[in-house]
Write a protein that binds this ligand. Structure first.
Ligand SMILES: [Zn+2]
Length: 404
Protein backbone atom coordinates (compact mmCIF):
# COMPACT_ATOMS: atom_id res chain seq x y z
CA UNK A 1 0.00 0.00 0.00
CA UNK A 2 1.48 3.31 -1.06
CA UNK A 3 1.68 5.91 1.68
CA UNK A 4 3.32 9.29 2.01
CA UNK A 5 5.12 10.50 5.14
CA UNK A 6 3.51 13.97 4.94
CA UNK A 7 -0.08 12.62 4.82
CA UNK A 8 -2.09 11.67 7.90
CA UNK A 9 -5.52 10.07 8.29
CA UNK A 10 -5.84 11.70 11.71
CA UNK A 11 -7.09 15.25 11.28
CA UNK A 12 -6.18 16.05 14.89
CA UNK A 13 -2.49 15.67 14.03
CA UNK A 14 -2.60 17.73 10.84
CA UNK A 15 -0.92 21.10 10.48
CA UNK A 16 -2.70 21.75 7.18
CA UNK A 17 -5.94 20.71 5.50
CA UNK A 18 -5.31 20.66 1.74
CA UNK A 19 -7.91 20.97 -1.00
CA UNK A 20 -6.09 18.49 -3.27
CA UNK A 21 -8.11 18.91 -6.49
CA UNK A 22 -7.78 22.67 -6.21
CA UNK A 23 -3.98 22.37 -6.22
CA UNK A 24 -3.67 19.52 -8.74
CA UNK A 25 -5.74 21.47 -11.29
CA UNK A 26 -3.97 24.82 -10.85
CA UNK A 27 -2.07 25.37 -14.10
CA UNK A 28 0.04 28.25 -12.80
CA UNK A 29 1.87 25.74 -10.57
CA UNK A 30 3.73 24.28 -13.56
CA UNK A 31 3.32 21.41 -15.99
CA UNK A 32 1.31 21.27 -19.23
CA UNK A 33 -1.54 19.03 -18.16
CA UNK A 34 -4.87 20.30 -16.85
CA UNK A 35 -4.38 18.08 -13.80
CA UNK A 36 -0.99 17.07 -12.44
CA UNK A 37 -0.35 15.28 -9.14
CA UNK A 38 3.21 16.61 -9.23
CA UNK A 39 1.81 20.01 -8.19
CA UNK A 40 0.46 18.52 -4.98
CA UNK A 41 3.73 16.68 -4.27
CA UNK A 42 5.65 19.92 -4.83
CA UNK A 43 3.23 21.66 -2.46
CA UNK A 44 4.06 19.15 0.30
CA UNK A 45 7.73 20.17 -0.02
CA UNK A 46 6.66 23.81 -0.08
CA UNK A 47 4.78 23.38 3.22
CA UNK A 48 7.89 21.91 4.84
CA UNK A 49 9.87 24.95 3.67
CA UNK A 50 7.10 27.30 4.86
CA UNK A 51 6.99 25.86 8.38
CA UNK A 52 10.65 24.91 8.75
CA UNK A 53 9.25 21.61 10.05
CA UNK A 54 10.44 18.52 8.17
CA UNK A 55 7.66 16.50 9.84
CA UNK A 56 4.73 18.66 8.67
CA UNK A 57 1.47 16.66 8.52
CA UNK A 58 -1.30 17.17 5.97
CA UNK A 59 -4.93 16.09 6.02
CA UNK A 60 -5.76 15.74 2.31
CA UNK A 61 -9.32 16.17 1.04
CA UNK A 62 -10.58 16.00 -2.55
CA UNK A 63 -13.65 15.81 -4.76
CA UNK A 64 -14.48 12.33 -6.02
CA UNK A 65 -14.17 13.54 -9.61
CA UNK A 66 -10.40 13.86 -9.17
CA UNK A 67 -9.98 10.07 -8.85
CA UNK A 68 -11.15 9.61 -12.45
CA UNK A 69 -9.79 12.83 -13.96
CA UNK A 70 -8.51 11.76 -17.40
CA UNK A 71 -5.90 14.51 -17.41
CA UNK A 72 -3.98 12.67 -14.69
CA UNK A 73 -1.70 9.81 -15.73
CA UNK A 74 -2.83 6.28 -14.94
CA UNK A 75 -0.14 6.02 -12.29
CA UNK A 76 -1.26 9.27 -10.66
CA UNK A 77 -4.85 7.98 -10.48
CA UNK A 78 -3.56 4.75 -8.93
CA UNK A 79 -1.61 6.70 -6.33
CA UNK A 80 -4.73 8.68 -5.38
CA UNK A 81 -6.79 5.46 -5.16
CA UNK A 82 -4.19 3.86 -2.88
CA UNK A 83 -4.02 6.90 -0.62
CA UNK A 84 -7.80 6.78 -0.45
CA UNK A 85 -7.84 3.09 0.52
CA UNK A 86 -5.17 3.73 3.17
CA UNK A 87 -7.30 6.51 4.67
CA UNK A 88 -4.75 9.17 3.69
CA UNK A 89 -7.05 10.92 1.21
CA UNK A 90 -10.54 11.91 2.29
CA UNK A 91 -12.80 11.74 -0.80
CA UNK A 92 -16.15 13.55 -1.11
CA UNK A 93 -18.74 14.29 -3.79
CA UNK A 94 -18.16 17.92 -2.85
CA UNK A 95 -15.05 18.41 -0.74
CA UNK A 96 -15.76 21.96 0.45
CA UNK A 97 -17.91 20.98 3.43
CA UNK A 98 -15.32 18.53 4.69
CA UNK A 99 -12.50 21.03 4.33
CA UNK A 100 -14.32 23.56 6.48
CA UNK A 101 -15.39 20.87 8.97
CA UNK A 102 -11.83 19.66 9.40
CA UNK A 103 -10.50 23.20 9.74
CA UNK A 104 -13.13 23.99 12.37
CA UNK A 105 -12.45 20.89 14.40
CA UNK A 106 -8.66 21.08 14.41
CA UNK A 107 -7.49 24.69 13.92
CA UNK A 108 -5.22 23.43 11.16
CA UNK A 109 -4.52 25.90 8.38
CA UNK A 110 -6.24 25.43 5.02
CA UNK A 111 -4.42 25.36 1.68
CA UNK A 112 -6.81 26.48 -1.06
CA UNK A 113 -7.56 29.14 -3.66
CA UNK A 114 -11.25 28.96 -2.82
CA UNK A 115 -12.92 31.90 -1.06
CA UNK A 116 -15.71 29.69 0.41
CA UNK A 117 -18.05 32.66 0.06
CA UNK A 118 -21.13 30.41 0.21
CA UNK A 119 -20.00 29.20 3.61
CA UNK A 120 -19.54 32.52 5.35
CA UNK A 121 -23.06 32.67 6.69
CA UNK A 122 -22.83 29.34 8.46
CA UNK A 123 -19.17 29.72 9.42
CA UNK A 124 -18.64 33.38 10.33
CA UNK A 125 -14.99 32.86 11.25
CA UNK A 126 -14.23 32.59 7.53
CA UNK A 127 -15.19 36.19 6.90
CA UNK A 128 -12.05 38.23 6.22
CA UNK A 129 -9.97 35.60 8.02
CA UNK A 130 -6.28 36.47 8.00
CA UNK A 131 -4.49 33.62 9.69
CA UNK A 132 -6.06 30.29 8.76
CA UNK A 133 -5.62 30.19 4.98
CA UNK A 134 -2.60 29.87 2.73
CA UNK A 135 -2.36 29.56 -1.03
CA UNK A 136 0.28 27.96 -3.24
CA UNK A 137 2.22 29.94 -5.82
CA UNK A 138 4.93 28.93 -8.27
CA UNK A 139 8.45 29.11 -6.87
CA UNK A 140 11.78 28.89 -8.68
CA UNK A 141 12.68 25.77 -10.67
CA UNK A 142 9.24 24.12 -10.60
CA UNK A 143 8.98 24.41 -6.83
CA UNK A 144 5.71 25.39 -5.14
CA UNK A 145 5.74 27.89 -2.29
CA UNK A 146 2.88 29.03 -0.06
CA UNK A 147 1.87 32.40 1.33
CA UNK A 148 -0.84 33.64 3.66
CA UNK A 149 -4.06 34.80 2.12
CA UNK A 150 -6.86 36.95 3.41
CA UNK A 151 -10.36 35.60 2.95
CA UNK A 152 -12.89 37.78 1.14
CA UNK A 153 -15.45 39.95 2.91
CA UNK A 154 -18.61 39.68 0.82
CA UNK A 155 -20.54 42.98 0.91
CA UNK A 156 -24.07 41.65 1.04
CA UNK A 157 -23.13 39.52 3.97
CA UNK A 158 -21.37 42.20 5.96
CA UNK A 159 -24.57 43.94 6.97
CA UNK A 160 -25.95 40.99 8.89
CA UNK A 161 -22.68 39.70 10.23
CA UNK A 162 -23.13 40.92 13.79
CA UNK A 163 -26.66 39.55 14.08
CA UNK A 164 -25.48 36.25 12.73
CA UNK A 165 -22.61 36.06 15.17
CA UNK A 166 -24.89 36.82 18.08
CA UNK A 167 -27.34 34.13 17.07
CA UNK A 168 -24.60 31.54 16.71
CA UNK A 169 -22.94 32.56 19.94
CA UNK A 170 -26.27 32.20 21.72
CA UNK A 171 -26.64 28.72 20.25
CA UNK A 172 -23.13 27.79 21.39
CA UNK A 173 -22.12 27.14 17.81
CA UNK A 174 -19.50 29.77 17.37
CA UNK A 175 -16.23 30.59 19.04
CA UNK A 176 -15.63 34.19 18.10
CA UNK A 177 -11.87 33.89 18.35
CA UNK A 178 -11.07 31.23 15.81
CA UNK A 179 -14.21 29.43 14.86
CA UNK A 180 -13.41 26.12 16.50
CA UNK A 181 -16.80 24.72 17.29
CA UNK A 182 -18.35 21.66 18.90
CA UNK A 183 -16.81 19.41 16.24
CA UNK A 184 -13.63 19.32 18.28
CA UNK A 185 -15.50 17.18 20.81
CA UNK A 186 -15.89 14.47 18.17
CA UNK A 187 -12.10 14.25 17.91
CA UNK A 188 -11.74 13.58 21.60
CA UNK A 189 -13.58 10.24 21.52
CA UNK A 190 -12.82 6.89 19.93
CA UNK A 191 -15.24 5.63 17.28
CA UNK A 192 -15.74 2.30 15.57
CA UNK A 193 -17.22 1.80 12.10
CA UNK A 194 -19.26 -1.38 11.41
CA UNK A 195 -17.34 -1.83 8.13
CA UNK A 196 -14.48 -4.18 9.09
CA UNK A 197 -11.96 -2.69 6.64
CA UNK A 198 -12.68 0.94 7.44
CA UNK A 199 -9.36 2.81 7.19
CA UNK A 200 -10.51 5.67 9.40
CA UNK A 201 -12.54 3.92 12.14
CA UNK A 202 -11.60 0.23 11.91
CA UNK A 203 -9.88 -1.76 14.69
CA UNK A 204 -6.42 -0.76 13.45
CA UNK A 205 -7.19 2.94 13.04
CA UNK A 206 -5.73 5.44 15.46
CA UNK A 207 -8.29 8.17 15.16
CA UNK A 208 -10.09 10.36 12.69
CA UNK A 209 -12.77 13.01 12.39
CA UNK A 210 -16.31 11.60 12.17
CA UNK A 211 -19.23 13.49 10.69
CA UNK A 212 -22.28 14.54 12.68
CA UNK A 213 -25.37 14.52 10.50
CA UNK A 214 -27.14 17.83 10.76
CA UNK A 215 -30.74 16.63 10.78
CA UNK A 216 -30.50 13.54 12.95
CA UNK A 217 -27.46 14.37 15.07
CA UNK A 218 -26.14 10.86 14.39
CA UNK A 219 -22.35 10.47 14.25
CA UNK A 220 -21.42 8.59 11.09
CA UNK A 221 -18.34 7.34 9.27
CA UNK A 222 -17.70 9.91 6.54
CA UNK A 223 -16.62 7.16 4.14
CA UNK A 224 -19.32 4.54 4.69
CA UNK A 225 -22.10 6.78 6.05
CA UNK A 226 -22.85 4.17 8.74
CA UNK A 227 -23.45 5.10 12.34
CA UNK A 228 -20.33 4.87 14.51
CA UNK A 229 -20.12 3.22 17.91
CA UNK A 230 -18.76 5.49 20.63
CA UNK A 231 -15.94 3.60 22.40
CA UNK A 232 -15.48 6.30 25.03
CA UNK A 233 -12.95 9.07 25.51
CA UNK A 234 -9.78 8.89 23.52
CA UNK A 235 -6.79 8.63 25.87
CA UNK A 236 -5.23 12.01 26.36
CA UNK A 237 -2.26 12.42 24.07
CA UNK A 238 0.32 15.06 23.41
CA UNK A 239 2.38 15.43 20.32
CA UNK A 240 6.02 16.38 20.86
CA UNK A 241 8.45 17.71 18.31
CA UNK A 242 12.17 17.08 18.22
CA UNK A 243 14.04 20.15 17.01
CA UNK A 244 17.65 19.54 15.96
CA UNK A 245 19.91 22.43 14.96
CA UNK A 246 16.88 24.69 14.69
CA UNK A 247 14.73 22.44 12.48
CA UNK A 248 11.98 20.04 13.53
CA UNK A 249 13.15 16.58 12.44
CA UNK A 250 10.75 14.24 14.15
CA UNK A 251 7.52 14.15 16.11
CA UNK A 252 6.08 11.52 18.40
CA UNK A 253 3.01 10.93 20.55
CA UNK A 254 2.88 10.61 24.30
CA UNK A 255 -0.19 8.89 25.76
CA UNK A 256 -1.52 9.31 29.28
CA UNK A 257 -0.77 6.22 31.35
CA UNK A 258 2.22 5.24 29.19
CA UNK A 259 5.40 6.90 30.42
CA UNK A 260 7.97 7.27 27.68
CA UNK A 261 11.76 7.32 27.86
CA UNK A 262 13.43 9.56 25.28
CA UNK A 263 17.13 9.35 24.58
CA UNK A 264 19.82 8.48 22.11
CA UNK A 265 18.90 4.79 22.19
CA UNK A 266 16.59 3.96 25.09
CA UNK A 267 16.84 0.56 26.70
CA UNK A 268 13.34 0.82 28.11
CA UNK A 269 10.13 -0.03 26.27
CA UNK A 270 8.38 2.07 25.20
CA UNK A 271 11.23 4.33 24.22
CA UNK A 272 11.70 7.11 21.70
CA UNK A 273 15.02 6.84 19.88
CA UNK A 274 16.65 10.11 18.89
CA UNK A 275 19.82 8.72 17.27
CA UNK A 276 18.34 8.60 13.74
CA UNK A 277 17.61 12.35 13.89
CA UNK A 278 21.01 13.50 15.13
CA UNK A 279 23.65 14.52 12.57
CA UNK A 280 26.63 12.21 12.19
CA UNK A 281 29.63 13.19 14.31
CA UNK A 282 27.47 15.73 16.14
CA UNK A 283 28.61 16.38 19.74
CA UNK A 284 25.00 15.73 20.71
CA UNK A 285 25.52 12.03 19.97
CA UNK A 286 28.09 11.90 22.77
CA UNK A 287 26.25 14.25 25.06
CA UNK A 288 22.75 12.77 25.02
CA UNK A 289 22.35 9.68 27.17
CA UNK A 290 20.84 6.43 25.93
CA UNK A 291 18.01 7.11 28.39
CA UNK A 292 17.86 10.89 28.76
CA UNK A 293 14.43 11.97 29.97
CA UNK A 294 11.26 10.28 31.17
CA UNK A 295 8.03 11.91 29.96
CA UNK A 296 4.62 11.51 31.57
CA UNK A 297 1.16 13.03 31.18
CA UNK A 298 -0.48 13.61 34.53
CA UNK A 299 -3.65 15.57 35.20
CA UNK A 300 -3.47 17.05 31.72
CA UNK A 301 0.08 18.32 32.24
CA UNK A 302 3.29 17.19 30.62
CA UNK A 303 5.94 16.22 33.17
CA UNK A 304 9.64 15.64 32.53
CA UNK A 305 12.18 13.84 34.68
CA UNK A 306 15.92 13.84 34.01
CA UNK A 307 17.48 10.36 33.94
CA UNK A 308 20.62 11.35 32.00
CA UNK A 309 24.32 11.62 32.82
CA UNK A 310 24.80 15.17 31.54
CA UNK A 311 21.58 16.86 32.56
CA UNK A 312 18.39 18.34 31.15
CA UNK A 313 17.26 21.97 31.11
CA UNK A 314 13.91 23.64 30.77
CA UNK A 315 13.71 26.92 28.86
CA UNK A 316 10.79 29.13 29.84
CA UNK A 317 8.95 31.48 27.46
CA UNK A 318 10.90 34.45 28.89
CA UNK A 319 14.17 32.78 27.87
CA UNK A 320 15.28 31.71 31.34
CA UNK A 321 16.66 28.21 31.65
CA UNK A 322 16.46 25.98 34.71
CA UNK A 323 18.11 22.65 35.24
CA UNK A 324 15.67 19.80 35.86
CA UNK A 325 16.86 18.24 39.14
CA UNK A 326 17.76 14.58 38.56
CA UNK A 327 15.00 12.24 39.64
CA UNK A 328 12.37 14.96 40.17
CA UNK A 329 9.44 15.70 37.87
CA UNK A 330 9.02 19.19 36.45
CA UNK A 331 5.94 20.48 34.63
CA UNK A 332 6.46 21.49 31.00
CA UNK A 333 4.18 24.34 29.95
CA UNK A 334 2.78 25.18 26.55
CA UNK A 335 5.71 27.25 25.33
CA UNK A 336 8.43 25.65 27.39
CA UNK A 337 11.28 23.85 25.70
CA UNK A 338 13.09 20.80 27.08
CA UNK A 339 16.80 20.99 26.23
CA UNK A 340 18.72 17.72 26.01
CA UNK A 341 21.70 19.46 24.43
CA UNK A 342 22.10 22.97 23.11
CA UNK A 343 21.21 21.73 19.62
CA UNK A 344 18.50 19.21 20.54
CA UNK A 345 15.21 20.17 22.12
CA UNK A 346 11.73 18.79 22.71
CA UNK A 347 8.67 21.01 22.29
CA UNK A 348 4.99 20.43 22.84
CA UNK A 349 3.22 20.69 19.51
CA UNK A 350 0.55 23.33 19.17
CA UNK A 351 -1.85 20.55 18.17
CA UNK A 352 -1.91 19.21 21.70
CA UNK A 353 -4.47 21.82 22.77
CA UNK A 354 -7.13 19.42 21.54
CA UNK A 355 -6.52 17.26 24.57
CA UNK A 356 -6.45 20.00 27.13
CA UNK A 357 -9.14 19.68 29.69
CA UNK A 358 -11.71 22.42 29.74
CA UNK A 359 -13.65 23.22 32.84
CA UNK A 360 -17.39 23.53 32.40
CA UNK A 361 -18.29 26.93 30.98
CA UNK A 362 -14.67 27.92 30.59
CA UNK A 363 -13.72 29.41 27.22
CA UNK A 364 -11.55 27.22 24.99
CA UNK A 365 -7.81 27.72 25.43
CA UNK A 366 -6.05 30.12 23.13
CA UNK A 367 -4.04 28.39 20.47
CA UNK A 368 -0.31 28.67 20.82
CA UNK A 369 1.02 31.73 18.99
CA UNK A 370 2.29 30.86 15.55
CA UNK A 371 5.91 29.84 15.89
CA UNK A 372 5.99 27.00 13.42
CA UNK A 373 7.40 29.20 10.70
CA UNK A 374 10.45 30.09 12.69
CA UNK A 375 13.56 28.06 13.09
CA UNK A 376 15.04 28.74 16.44
CA UNK A 377 18.73 29.27 16.68
CA UNK A 378 20.17 26.94 19.28
CA UNK A 379 21.09 28.60 22.54
CA UNK A 380 24.58 28.53 23.97
CA UNK A 381 23.75 25.94 26.55
CA UNK A 382 26.52 23.76 27.93
CA UNK A 383 27.94 22.73 24.57
CA UNK A 384 30.90 20.70 25.74
CA UNK A 385 30.78 20.26 29.47
CA UNK A 386 28.54 20.44 32.49
CA UNK A 387 26.82 23.74 33.00
CA UNK A 388 28.73 25.85 35.54
CA UNK A 389 27.16 26.22 38.94
CA UNK A 390 25.37 29.49 39.60
CA UNK A 391 24.18 29.91 36.04
CA UNK A 392 20.60 29.06 36.92
CA UNK A 393 18.20 31.61 35.56
CA UNK A 394 20.73 33.18 33.25
CA UNK A 395 19.20 34.19 29.95
CA UNK A 396 20.67 32.47 26.95
CA UNK A 397 21.18 34.61 23.86
CA UNK A 398 17.89 35.24 22.11
CA UNK A 399 19.27 36.86 18.98
CA UNK A 400 19.80 35.13 15.71
CA UNK A 401 16.21 34.10 15.05
CA UNK A 402 15.74 33.73 11.38
CA UNK A 403 13.06 32.85 8.91
CA UNK A 404 13.67 29.76 6.91
ZN1 LIG B 1 -16.16 3.46 7.87
Amino acid sequence: MRTHPRLTSDASLADFVVDVANVVRERTLGGDRGADLGRFLALLDGLVAFTGDATTQVYAVCDRSLLSDGRLTREERQTLAEWHRAGLLSVWDVADHRIIEAAEATRAQVVTYDGFVDFHRRHPWLYGNRDRFVEPYPGPGGAVSVRRRIMPEPDDWQMSRKEEESALLAAGMYDRRDGTGPRTALLLRRWRCPEPDCAAFGPAARGALPRRQGRTGRVVCPEHLRELTDLGPRPRQMQLKVRVDGTVRHRFLLTEGQDLVVGRHPRAEPGERLAPWLPERSPSLEWISRDHVLLRISGGNLLVSDVSSNGTWLRLPDGQTHRVPPGAFRSVGRRHVVLLHDTVQLEVSGKSFLYEERAEGEPPPRPRPETEGESQQPTMLAPSGPRPAGSRGKRPGRGGRRRR
